[in-house]
Design a protein around this ligand. Structure first.
Ligand code: DAH
Length: 335
């Protein structure tokens, strides 16, 4: 009777479709309360003669079943593995739209936009040099030695009165010394100062602007028009205001504010509750500057701005230093 009973299990093993089913069968046949255990238990009541025969048979089936079970398990495992591999197959030749593409640093992107605006207004792009001399950086810009206005622009000095330029204004001097008026130029580039805090880094970028008219007909109104137009191009619909200020190389001078881009002029933490953000300096070129470059009977306007400040306001960045930490996770937000 047990042989036919066991027969069923041979069939069951053959028909098992997955590894879990094989395990179920293993427990049903070989488990503590499994079919074999029950059959071995029944043996007790048999005669000695029968016992050895039954035991022999049962043991033969035991190892045969175990063998079948192991074989079936291997077959099923192999099939499952193949199915998984098929399901997870990667087509290495397939085009991936997720490939990473590089992007411009937000400071460079902002600088490009500034250059784009002034190029469209026919301003030529000049570069100058980062290692400057005292004459171009200070003296010719009406900043004589020991003048207190120099204190705000401490820098890194080399010997022979050479230094890392503290602003892009010396490019005005270089351009005027090497060309005749009229001039319409901007100078984007890196500048250096001995500063380091939440709004200052030792290296940053500026864009300088200079327009010189050979007929001496440039007025503050011309300056006001172009800067208002420029600031609306950069920041959208903002209010612009000119505040009287002082720069040694311009007279009169002004600082230019835009209505706060964060609170729309209502007053917030960023604009110190004033509703305004200072974005650039400008003015009518001081006669002493024209004298230093030996220009006569001309007039002009000039302006200078910090590119990082523009980038921070456009992208709502809180700490200027984070722009220079090379943190890709931070920078890729501005792509
Ligand atoms: N050079 C000034 C600075 O670094 C910025 C500046 C102000 C430039 C007024 C100008 C100007 O040409 O007219 O702070």
């Amino acid at each position: 009777m047990w042989v036919s009973l066991l027969r069923e299990w041979y069939d069951a093993i053959k028909e098992a479709q997955n590894v879990e089913r094989v395990e179920e069968i293993r427990i049903a046949v070989f488990g503590k309360k499994g079919v074999l255990a029950v059959e071995f238990a029944k043996m007790k009541s048999a005669s000695d003669e029968e016992k050895s025969k039954i035991a022999q048979d049962l043991n033969t089936h035991k190892s045969a079943l175990m063998n079948e079970l192991t074989q079936r398990k291997i077959v099923l495992q192999t099939l499952e593995l193949e199915a998984n591999m098929r399901a997870e197959a990667i087509d290495v030749s397939m085009y991936s739209s997720r490939s990473e593409s590089g992007a411009l640093h937000p400071v460079m992107e902002t600088m490009d936009r500034i250059v784009e605006y002034f190029s469209s207004m026919n301003f030529a792009v000049k570069t100058g040099t980062m290692v400057e001399d005292d004459f171009n950086n200070f003296e010719a810009l009406n900043l004589p030695k020991y003048h207190p206005a120099r204190d705000m622009q401490d820098t890194f000095y080399f010997k022979d009165e050479m230094l890392l330029r503290t602003h892009t204004s010396p490019v005005q001097i270089r351009t005027m010394m090497s060309t005749k008026p009229p001039i319409r130029m901007i100078a984007p580039g890196a500048v250096f100062r001995r500063d380091y805090d939440i709004t200052h880094t030792p290296m940053f970028h500026q864009v300088e602007g200079l327009l010189v008219d050979a007929q001496g007909k440039v007025s503050f109104a011309n300056l006001k028009f172009i800067l208002e137009d420029f600031l609306k191009y950069m920041f959208g619909d903002v209010d612009v205001r000119f505040r009287p200020s002082f720069f040694p190389f311009t007279e009169p001078s002004a600082e230019v504010d835009i209505s706060c881009v964060f609170c729309k002029g209502k007053g917030c933490r960023v604009c110190s509750k004033t509703g305004w953000l200072e974005v650039l300096g400008c003015g009518i070129v001081d006669p002493n500057v024209f004298e230093a470059v030996k220009y006569e009977n001309v007039s002009g306007y000039a302006f200078g701005l910090g590119v990082e400040r523009f980038a921070m306001l456009i992208h709502h960045i809180g700490d200027l230093r984070s722009l220079f930490e090379g943190d890709i996770k931070l920078l890729e937000q501005f792509q």
